[in-house]
Design a protein around this ligand. Structure first.
Ligand code: SME
Length: 154
């Protein structure tokens, strides 16, 4: 992995090591993830609670989608499939729920503890096709770091 990508993973691990609540862990992580790229235009967490995805800490414009059902949106799809989803052109994907009219591409990476979905990282970009394979691999590693910390904090 390129050094600046590995650095994000290491920075997140370090930043959340001394955080003890879920909100503090996710807030520290989201700040670092969002700062990784000027083209991350909405960066946030959704957490699976009571069978629905509830918005957690995020950086970006307010979203109308504070609660997302598992059968709705790209967020619901990633959580129910337990797989990352990368969409190069959100306007061509019928599953897309718009947070902002300027969004052109999106990545959703589940927070997986084995087969259990704890939540997900969701990032929108105003650039079409912004998210690369390297971004996906990096964010999946960040997700694992966050999951390991959440497990010990709980
Ligand atoms: N685009 C997401 C909804 C969340 S907002 O982008 C913050 C979706 O399609 O599920």
């Amino acid at each position: 992995m390129e050094a600046h990508r590995q650095k994000l993973i290491d920075d997140v691990r370090r930043a959340i090591a001394d955080k003890s609540t879920e909100t503090d862990i996710l807030q520290a992580a989201v700040e670092l993830i969002d700062a990784f790229s000027d083209n991350f235009d909405w960066t946030g967490f959704y957490m699976l609670k009571d069978g629905v995805l509830k918005v957690g800490p995020y950086i970006g414009p307010p979203t109308p989608h504070t609660v997302i059902e598992l059968n709705a949106g790209l967020c619901g799809a990633a959580a129910s499939q337990r797989q990352s989803i990368v969409v190069d052109d959100v306007n061509a994907d019928p599953r897309f729920l718009a947070c902002s009219v300027t969004t052109r591409s999106e990545i959703v990476v589940p927070l997986l503890d084995a087969d259990t979905v704890l939540g997900e990282i969701d990032i929108d970009s105003n650039e079409p096709g912004h998210f690369t394979e390297q971004d996906r691999v990096m964010l999946e590693a960040v997700a694992q770091v966050v999951v390991e910390r959440l497990k010990t904090a709980r």
